[in-house]
Design a protein around this ligand. Structure first.
Ligand SMILES: [Zn+2]
Length: 232
């Protein structure tokens, strides 16, 4: 467990994928849940900062990939939290629609691994979000659809702590921001438009789906990334 700022923590149970907790007096909101089988570790980590299962009121999934959504169903059973996801990833999360077709060999390998090693029990239900939706008890958080990585990828802005959670819309490779992954990105053009959308938002700290967070001046770093990748 690492504390990012006053109310935001990074849980380390996810290992290569980040799970964040926004801890407030009225309850705790989790962003993403790691791969399947992480629920007990997550709850044990939260216990370390005196957060009990019943304190977890909301779980938000940034997008319906198994490394982010894998433990959500078990966590919902144990906490009775409300589960939210963008409406365009809703059916995939609930197992009502298949994930988008893999388009090349590497994506096929990853899809095979996801199917065989990261298969997760789908949650029974969730609340679909879209632009300007609000989350009960956390009404100040802004939902910002940032599609491209998946059709329903979204970011969450915590204005109070000037922190943006961007899921896999932007990546951090060894401390340097990089854009949407060449593979595993449903629509790269759309994904870059989402990076531009993020670059236009005012925030200081960026919490990514993978890799270390950017503590300071993160908006400028996203703008630098956009300039560096500007198509001719
Ligand atoms: Zn992803």
């Amino acid at each position: 467990m690492k504390q990012i700022n006053q109310s935001i923590y990074l849980l380390e149970s996810g290992k290569f994928v980040n799970i964040y907790a926004i801890v407030r007096d009225n309850g705790v909101l989790l962003i993403d849940t790691g791969t399947p089988g992480k629920a007990d570790n997550i709850l044990k980590e939260l216990d370390g900062i005196n957060v009990k299962p019943a304190d977890v009121k909301v779980i938000v999934i940034t997008h319906a990939h198994p490394d982010h959504a894998g433990s959500c169903a078990v966590l919902i059973d144990k906490t009775h939290a409300k589960l939210y996801i963008h409406k365009d990833d809703f059916d995939v999360l609930l197992g009502k629609a298949p994930p988008p077709e893999p388009r090349d060999f590497l994506e096929k390998i990853v899809a095979f691994m996801a199917e065989h090693f990261f298969k997760y029990p789908p949650p029974k239900d969730a609340i679909p979000l879209e632009e300007d939706s609000t989350i009960q008890g956390f009404e100040d958080l802004k939902i910002i659809p940032t599609p491209g990585h998946t059709p329903g990828s979204m970011s969450i802005l915590d204005v109070k702590d000037s922190t943006l959670f961007c899921g896999d819309a932007i990546n951090n490779r060894a401390g340097k921001l990089i854009g949407p992954h060449k593979h595993f990105t449903f629509n790269r053009e759309q994904a870059w438009r989402s990076v531009a959308k993020i670059g236009a938002i005012n925030f200081n700290t960026l919490c990514l789906g993978h890799g270390p967070w950017i503590a300071e001046s993160a908006q400028e770093k996203v703008q630098d990334l956009l300039v560096a990748n500007k198509p001719d």
